[in-house]
Design a protein around this ligand. Structure first.
Ligand code: VG1
Ligand code: CO
Length: 541
């Protein structure tokens, strides 16, 4: 074991989901080691405990795994459970932490951010419930990075990561597990695999685009293997260190290959994609895109059709910018609906306390109490289960849902790589105007409420302020503004737009056209062009 002197490195505060930086930043001397040491300092229980370790396989994953193994050994961790090849999808890591009652886990991923030598890398700590560490812990980790003076690392040789079995690194046990097996078993407990097998056997077709990311092995084994879908159902199924140069983000703007396949003449019945670490999902029907907010609402409304949720839902939760589609379902079901800040870590307490069963975010994230992360493959299997037992198409399910609950027309406009100070100034100017907005008319609609969202966790009472500016109109339409906490270059302004359309005659409208007035108001109110110089968003989903 050696002790290495190190200076604190600025800027290691975890964002919405862990610490994300360019690979080149992580490659700087001591950068990763300082952060990992801060985790061990902040979580003393890891000494003598079990740590789960794995990542999405992106560039630098294997290097980071070797470093973390040696540091874990130096810190007296009793056992590391490691995915073969250093691979574990984020939801699989969460399930493994829970199944083996581990002390915690370190997940290596920058999720939907691009990878490769010039791309992004990331690291986050998950606690013993399998979920992302709460703000209290991420903040403690950050504080340690600001005062660190040395780290400990063993001088053991590198471990061969590609062989299953039990090994030792400087006396610490390392169990290398199949990254898919435990997760696949959990999925079989939740979903009606027989019904889905029958659906495929009847000739229904699907395309799952793993976007050359970590979902590939999970989707191939579960969908083509256990569920008998034809070979080739999963495309881009081989995880690549640079995701083939693509943005592994499952939305219409980035999953262009899937969008094209689903709008072709011979399109499959069902399309799906997931992100870099397989916790996000996008689902589509033939020539029909499902928004994540609608998907959450549909899963909630139909949950009892699925074995794992047959007993009904305790409650549901959504992040604040996510549309109120699920609120309408909760109301009809007579269950609670919680509104939380952006980021999965805010769902953890609600799930642990049994207050909610399903939760989701507008950013292509859906999940349940089966793990403590959002879960892309789980959401896709949930949809497959619904398609199989209802015999309906995706479009039929969604349009029937709208007919019953009304449609929450929804879109997110992202303005990426804005200079950080311009973005901060824009938000500050917006916040300064909030007190005067209520009662005013904007674009012909009266503002009923204008505030900066704050959240009081109903379980532990923790308070999180400054979570996004909300402009809520009298009719329920909303414009939300917040800055991204996952980017690595400049700042990203996210503008979320929502309009409720009750009348079925208006449900077929094109989304951007239906939101045109709100879009204009959103640009003018925040003076987006004045502050950023940008006339149009870089990504619209
Ligand atoms: C984004 C999404 C948020 C999500 C987070 C992590 O955060 O908006 O809903 O929880 O990414 O997802 P932000 O701060 O950039 O808006 V993942 O799949 O990147 O871990
Ligand atoms: Co992700």
């Amino acid at each position: 074991m050696k002790v290495v002197n190190t200076p604190p490195i600025a800027g290691q505060r975890p964002g919405t989901s862990g610490l994300r930086k360019k690979v080149t930043v992580f490659q700087q001397p001591h950068y990763l080691e300082n952060f990992v040491q801060a985790i061990f300092n902040a979580v003393p229980a890891l000494k003598g405990g079990t740590l789960v370790l794995g990542g999405d396989g992106r560039f630098y994953n294997r290097v980071a795994v070797q470093i973390i193994l040696k540091m874990a050994a130096a810190h007296g961790v009793a056992q590391v459970i490691l995915g073969r090849g250093g691979i574990l999808s984020t939801p699989a890591a969460s399930s493994v932490i829970r199944k083996y009652a581990a002390t915690g886990g370190i997940i290596l991923s920058a999720s939907h951010n691009p990878g490769g030598a010039d791309g992004d890398f990331g690291i986050k700590y998950n606690t013993d419930n399998g979920g992302p560490a709460a703000e209290k812990i991420t903040e403690a980790i950050y504080q340690h990075t600001t005062s660190i003076s040395q780290y400990q690392i063993s001088e053991a040789a590198d471990l061969d990561l590609d062989v299953l079995g039990r090994f030792s690194v400087a006396g610490m046990a390392v169990e290398i597990i199949d990254p898919v097996a435990d997760y696949a078993a959990l999925m079989q407990d939740l979903f009606d695999f027989d019904a889905i097998r029958t659906w495929f056997a009847a000739g229904n077709r699907m395309q799952f685009d793993a976007m050359s990311a970590v979902a590939g092995p999970y989707a191939v084994e579960i969908i083509e293997g256990l569920l008998g879908a034809p070979r080739g159902t999963v495309v881009n199924g081989l995880p690549l260190e640079d995701f083939g140069g693509h943005h592994p983000d499952p939305n219409p703007a980035h999953a262009t290959e899937l969008i094209a396949a689903m709008s072709a003449a011979n399109a499959p019945d069902f399309g799906a994609a997931s992100d870099g670490d397989a916790d996000r999902n996008m689902v589509l029907g033939r020539n029909f895109v499902v928004t994540p907010s609608d998907s959450l609402a549909v899963l909630a409304a139909n949950a009892t059709l699925v074995p794992g949720y047959r007993q009904g839902l305790a409650g549901v939760a959504r992040s604040m910018p996510t549309s109120a589609a699920v609120d309408a379902v909760a109301k009809a079901l007579g269950i609670a609906c919680y509104e939380t800040p952006t980021g999965w870590k805010f769902f953890g307490n609600l799930l642990d306390a049994g207050k909610v069963t399903l939760c989701g975010e507008e950013s292509y994230g859906t999940g349940s109490d089966h793990v403590r992360e959002k879960d892309g493959v789980w959401a896709v299997l949930f949809w497959l289960n619904l398609l199989a037992v209802t015999g309906k198409s995706v479009e039929e399910i969604i349009t029937a849902h709208w007919a019953r609950f009304g449609r929450h027309i929804y879109s997110r406009h992202d303005f990426e790589e804005i200079a950080s100070d311009a973005a901060e100034n824009l938000m500050a100017a917006l916040r300064a105007r909030l007190p005067e907005l209520a009662g005013q008319s904007l674009g012909g609609q009266v503002v009923s409420r204008a505030d900066d969202f704050a959240y009081d966790d109903p379980v532990d009472g923790s308070h999180s302020a400054g979570q996004g500016v909300r402009i809520i109109f009298a009719g329920g339409d909303r414009i939300i503004y917040r800055l991204s906490g996952t980017g690595t270059a400049g700042a990203t302004l996210r503008v979320y737009l929502e309009k409720y359309q009750e009348d079925a005659a208006g449900h077929g409208v094109e989304t951007q056209a239906a939101l045109a007035d709100l879009i204009t108001v959103s640009r003018e109110l925040a003076q987006i062009q004045t502050f950023t110089g940008m006339v149009q968003p870089t990504v619209v989903t």
